[in-house]
Design a protein around this ligand. Structure first.
Ligand code: FES
Length: 169
């Protein structure tokens, strides 16, 4: 092993966290983004790589239940935290969550590049506000850009998911 590689290995950090409910422990480099950790180490490629500057929202995940941009979050800063990715939204029975189902039913997806971030933002919104106004929905998804500009369908899908969740009680 070259000296440089040895130094890099010595500088690694032991990351312990939970991802989609499962305990996870990995040696990582301190500069690794949470996005790279999820995609490259854990192969959770549903979290998309877009602008890499915190603007587009394609890389959105939840950290302890709050949406966060994984491209601008260092993996080393999520020690002992709970991370939820798009892969973790479906139920234990494998069924789509109400929000996922509503996006499917209401054509909330076009190319679907923005979908993971939109779904997580909508999930957080409906957890905190079961009956959001259209303005509430637009504010909640404001950090997520849809490059197909399919916002009308996305807002309709979030409204439909809210109705389903309320009727389920
Ligand atoms: Fe993270 Fe765009 S890839 S916000």
């Amino acid at each position: 092993m070259s000296a440089n590689l040895e130094e890099l290995v010595e500088d690694s950090v032991l990351l312990q966290c939970r991802v989609n409910g499962k305990a996870c422990e990995r040696e990582i480099q301190p500069g690794t983004s949470l996005l790279d950790f999820l995609r490259d180490e854990l192969r959770l490629t549903g979290t998309h790589m877009g602008c890499m500057t915190g603007h587009c929202g394609a890389c959105t995940v939840m950290l302890d239940g709050q949406v966060a941009k994984s491209c601008i979050t260092l993996a080393a800063t999520v020690q002992r935290r709970q991370i939820t990715t798009i892969e973790g939204l479906k139920g234990a029975d494998g069924k789509l969550s109400p929000v996922q189902q509503a996006f499917w039913d209401e054509a909330g997806f076009q190319c679907a590049f923005c979908a993971p971030g939109m779904l997580l933002a909508a999930t957080e919104l409906l957890r905190d506000n079961p009956d959001p106004s259209e303005d509430d929905i637009r504010r909640a998804i404001a950090g997520n850009l849809c490059r197909c500009t399919g916002y009308q369908s996305i807002v309709r899908a979030v409204k439909a998911a809210a109705r389903v969740q309320r009727s389920a009680g």
